[in-house]
Design a protein around this ligand. Structure first.
Ligand code: NAD
Ligand code: DAU
Length: 346
C-alpha cells in the first residue's frame, strides 16, 4: 500500500486534493498534515472522516522535530505539499508569516523528506502559483519558461519555495514535480478571497469592495479541475518538471463581480440589479498585479488534461454550495474573521 502525505489538506484546495486521492485510490493510505490555521477547517473533510484509507495529523511543517518523527513513523512514497499562507493581502500586512510557513516550512519538509524517504523513488510534489511570474500587460501568457518576477510578499515567498524544491532536485537528487496554477474557485473557499467574499457580502447585504477600478484581470479555474490536474501530474508528470495549470478563462474583476451579482440575485430571489448597486470601489491593493494568464499547453499536450467545467457551470455550482452550506459560512466568518475584515476594509 502506497503512503502519501498531503500537507495543508484541511484548506481550500488541499481538501479537494485529499478527496480526489482518497476516493480515486482506495489502495493508497492518505495522511493529511495540517496546522489548522484560520484557513484550515476539518469541516471541509467531514465526508471522509471514516474512510479507511484516510487519516489526519495536526502539526506544523516548520516544526523540524515533529516532521522528523512523522517521517520516521511513516515511510512515505510521496508528498504533495500545499500547506502555505495563501492570501496576498495578509502578506502585505504580515510578510514574516509567509517567510516562515512558505519558505522555512517548505525547506523543513524537504529536509525531512531527504532524511527519511527513498531518494530517487519517492516523489516530492510542490503546489505553487502563477503569481511567481509577476504581472502581464494586456498581451501574452505565462509559460513554464517565463522568468520569475514576484511582486508581493506572498508571491516572493512562493517563488523562494519553488527555487528550494528545484535546488534539492539538482543538489540532492530528489524526485520533484512542480505546478503553478491560476486563481481557483469552488466550494470551501475561505471568504477572504474575491469570489467567496462577494458571495458572503451579498448574502449579508454588505457593500462589495472592488479594489481600484476593478480592471485587474485574473484567470479562474474550478478547484476540482485543479485537483484532477494534480492527480495527473503526481502520477504521470516528468521528474524535475514544472507544469502550468490555468482555466483559459480570463475575467476583469469588475465584470466577474457583476456576473456574480446577477447569478446571486436570480438564485436568492432579489429583484434584478439589487446587488450590483452595492458595489463599492475601495483603495487599491499595494503593488496590485494587473493581469495573470496561463498557457497550459504543456500539461494539455503531454498529459491530456483539460478543464471539465465551464465557468458558468462552476460559478453556479459554487454559489449553490454556499447557499446550502450557510452554517459553514457563518462559522468561518465569526470571531477572528470580523477583526480581519474590519481592519482590512474599514
Ligand atoms: P488555504 O489558505 O485555503 O489553505 C492552506 C492550508 O495550509 C490550511 O489548511 C492551513 O491550516 C495550512 N497551513 C498553513 N500553515 C501551515 C503550517 N505551518 N503547517 C501545516 N499546515 C499549514 O490555501 P489554498 O488556497 O487552498 O492554497 C493551497 C496551496 O495552493 C498553497 O500552497 C497556495 O500557494 C497554492 N495555490 C493556491 C491558489 C488559489 O487560487 N487559492 C492558486 C495556485 C496555487
Ligand atoms: O493566481 C493564483 C493566486 O490567486 C493564488 O496563488 C493565491 O493563493 C490566491 O489567493 C489568488 O490570489 P489573488 O490575489 O489573485 O486572489 P484574491 O481572491 O485575493 O483577489 C482576486 C482579485 O480580486 C485581485 O485582483 C484582487 C481583487 N479583489 C480581491 C478582494 C479580496 C478585490 O477587488 N476585492 C477584494 O475584496
Amino acid at each position: 500500500m502506497k503512503k502519501i502525505l498531503i500537507t495543508g489538506g484541511a484548506g481550500f484546495i488541499g481538501s479537494h486534493v485529499v478527496r480526489q486521492f482518497v476516493l480515486t485510490y482506495p489502495d493508497y493510505q492518505i495522511i493529511n498534515l495540517d496546522k489548522l490555521t484560520y484557513a484550515g477547517n476539518l469541516e471541509n473533510l467531514k465526508d471522509l472522516e471514516d474512510a479507511p484509507n484516510y487519516s489526519f495529523v495536526k502539526g506544523d511543517i516548520c516544526d523540524a522535530g515533529f516532521m522528523n518523527d512523522l517521517f520516521l513513523k511513516h515511510s512515505f512514497d510521496g508528498v504533495i505539499h500545499l500547506a502555505a499562507e495563501s492570501h496576498v493581502d495578509r502578506s502585505i500586512t504580515n510578510p514574516m508569516a509567509f517567510v516562515e510557513t512558505n519558505v522555512t516550512g517548505t525547506v523543513t519538509l524537504l529536509n525531512a523528506f531527504r532524511a527519511h524517504c527513498n531518494i530517487g523513488q519517492a516523489i516530492f510534489y510542490h503546489i505553487s502559483t502563477d503569481e511567481v511570474y509577476g504581472e502581464l500587460s494586456n498581451e501574452g501568457k505565462f509559460t513554464e519558461e517565463t522568468p520569475y518576477s514576484p511582486n508581493s510578499p506572498y508571491s516572493a515567498s512562493k517563488a523562494a519555495s519553488d527555487h528550494f524544491v528545484r535546488a534539492y532536485h539538482e543538489t540532492y537528487g530528489l524526485n520533484i514535480k512542480l505546478s503553478n496554477c491560476s486563481n481557483n474557485y469552488g466550494s470551501h473557499h475561505f471568504p477572504e478571497k474575491l469570489i467567496p467574499l462577494m458571495i458572503n457580502n451579498i448574502l449579508n447585504g454588505k457593500p462589495l469592495p472592488v479594489y481600484g477600478k476593478g480592471e485587474n484581470v485574473r484567470d479562474w479555474l474550478y478547484v476540482e479541475d485543479h485537483a484532477k490536474a494534480i492527480d495527473l501530474i503526481y502520477h504521470q508528470g516528468r521528474n524535475g518538471q514544472t507544469y502550468n495549470i490555468g482555466g483559459n478563462n480570463e475575467w476583469k474583476n469588475l465584470d466577474l463581480v457583476k456576473l456574480l451579482c446577477q447569478q446571486m440575485d436570480q438564485k436568492i430571489g432579489n429583484p434584478e440589479g439589487t446587488s450590483i448597486k452595492t458595489i463599492s470601489y475601495v483603495t487599491d491593493r499595494a503593488g496590485h498585479d494587473f493581469r495573470y494568464a496561463i498557457d497550459s499547453s504543456k500539461l494539455m499536450n503531454e498529459l491530456g488534461w483539460k478543464p471539465s467545467v465551464t465557468f458558468e457551470q462552476g460559478l453556479s455550482k459554487t454559489i449553490d454550495w454556499y447557499l446550502t452550506n450557510k452554517p459553514w459560512l457563518d462559522n468561518v466568518t465569526s470571531g477572528a474573521y470580523q477583526t480581519y475584515y474590519d481592519a482590512m476594509y474599514k
